[in-house]
Design a protein around this ligand. Structure first.
Ligand SMILES: [Zn+2]
Length: 475
């Protein structure tokens, strides 16, 4: 018996105990009734949870998506194939109202990319273009490399001090369970090019925003500030960044040749794929779950975000197959063009602004494929009654309630949450997430099917209870 099966047996035992303690107990019933939850409804959530731990179709979904479609760069023909793939599969599964909501985005495709040190020790380096970067001239750029230990240090450089040079910026991102340092360290990737251009730089090369020690550079979207020259931007793998820093430590000047040939287009097609379980009593009220269908082009987008697509689709499918319809509609949204600026999320808000008030609550799975360990929410007192029931059912899965004054929702719901959508977050263990994130190494073999099923168990509890209650979650 392996370690995981031991863990799982522990879970099954805890669940047995829980059967006798969940708040279908007498004292809690008036509060539960007030939010529309019957003992039968809670029992159904528990049954679905246990069924998920016995195995779901999540693995099959992410296996098929990453195998049959592969990488799914936003705006590309393969992202379009992913939409068709999803529509066919969701229709076959029996969901209602399966459709694509199309929109246009700025197009960008990767081209040839290469870097080598010309001096003092000539050798090739592993790099990749940042998403949205402009190209170098066809012959590339050869220039002196000027190093900074952080974005803050680059910001402090004198204007004009980098004229005719390439900026190199390091940083000290560390792994963490909740991945919260991505916001801070990721800023270098997002804005570094324009900060360097303000100082006169010809190009910028950064240490990858990642925590691994493999020779895989991490891509990811960057953006240019208005009124500043656009310069090419690339990321070095962590071992290559170490190499650069060892040479710098010898006090020797570095000269780099950089060639990046991505192409931009004014417009490219994208879209959100939507499928529903229509509510039996309040079909106009919507609970949203989902993941994003697009991925970066280097790997096959297994953890980012094939896993999220699979977890939430499998959870919805379990409810569909359970023979019970929730009071409210469950809407599965497989978002398009997330990686290039949450564009699917903004398009959804624009298209559904009139129905914003009927969106009851939402969440997204977009932080890999590891187990969920924490739940956070920010909801009304009535909503909290439902969340408390969820918490009881999730505890045996190793999921503890966290701060109930922090919403969080996953990136694609950020625009809707900013517009007032209540949200809840099922927080995955992100310790290894930034080892793989946006690299060639984001592939199916990194996913543990049992961890995926633990996620499905949590999502099925959330989706069922939120949709079968009558609670208003808005504060
Ligand atoms: Zn993602």
């Amino acid at each position: 018996m392996d370690f995981l099966s031991v863990l799982r047996r522990g879970c099954a035992f805890a669940m047995l105990l829980l059967t006798f303690t969940v708040p279908s107990a007498q004292g809690e019933e008036p509060a539960m009734e007030a939010v529309g939850l019957t003992p039968g409804s809670v029992e159904h959530a528990r049954t679905l949870r246990d069924r998920a731990l016995d195995g779901t179709m999540a693995w099959d979904i992410v296996e098929a998506l990453t195998t049959e479609v592969g990488p799914r760069l936003a705006g590309s023909a393969s992202e379009a194939r992913a939409r068709e793939w999803a529509v066919q599969r969701l229709q076959r599964m029996g969901f209602a109202n399966v459709r694509i909501e199309p929109f246009e985005i700025p197009g960008w495709t990767r081209g040839a990319e290469r870097a080598e040190l010309l001096a003092p020790f000539p050798q090739p380096l592993a790099i990749t273009s940042l998403g949205g970067s402009v190209a170098t001239p066809e012959a590339g750029i050869a220039a002196e490399l000027v190093a900074f230990e952080s974005l803050q240090a680059l910001r402090a450089a004198a204007p004009g001090s980098l004229s005719g040079k390439i900026a190199y910026v390091s940083h000290a991102m560390q792994r963490s369970q909740d991945g919260s340092s991505y916001g801070f360290y990721g800023e270098l990737r997002r804005v570094g090019a324009s900060v360097a251009a303000e100082k006169g730089a010809l190009a910028i090369v950064i240490r990858s925003i990642g925590t691994d020690d493999h020779r895989f550079p991490h891509t990811g979207q960057m953006r240019y500030a208005e009124g500043v020259p656009k310069i090419p931007a690339a990321a070095l793998s962590n071992p290559d960044a170490d190499q650069i820093e060892r040479i710098l430590g010898r006090g020797l000047p570095l000269r780099l040749h950089l060639l990046l040939r991505p192409q931009s287009a004014p417009s490219a097609p994208s879209g959100n794929v939507i499928a529903e379980i229509v509510g039996r009593e309040r079909p106009e009220e919507v609970v949203i779950i989902g993941g994003h269908l697009d991925s970066w082009d280097l790997g096959t987008g297994a953890i980012d975000d094939g896993a999220g697509v699979a977890i939430t689709t499998a959870a919805a499918k379990m409810i569909l197959d359970s023979g019970k319809q929730p009071r409210r509609t469950i809407r599965l949204v497989l978002w398009g063009a997330e990686e290039v600026g949450l564009l699917g999320g903004y398009e959804y808000l624009n298209a559904h602004r009139e129905q914003l008030g009927q969106h009851v609550i939402g969440t997204e799975s977009d932080f890999g494929a590891e187990r969920i360990w924490k739940m956070t929410a920010q909801v009304s007192p009535a909503g909290q009654t439902v969340v408390d029931v969820m918490a009881e059912l999730l505890a045996p899965l190793g999921i503890a309630p966290g701060d109930m004054n922090t919403s969080g929702s996953g990136p694609d719901l950020v625009p809707m949450v900013a517009a007032g959508l209540p949200s809840l977050r099922l927080v995955q263990n992100g310790m290894d997430y930034f080892d793989l994130h946006h690299t060639h190494d984001d592939t199916l073999d990194k996913i543990d099917p049992e961890a995926l099923d633990q996620n499905v168990a949590a999502y099925v509890v959330f989706a069922w209870l939120a949709a079968d209650s009558t609670a208003h979650f808005r504060r």
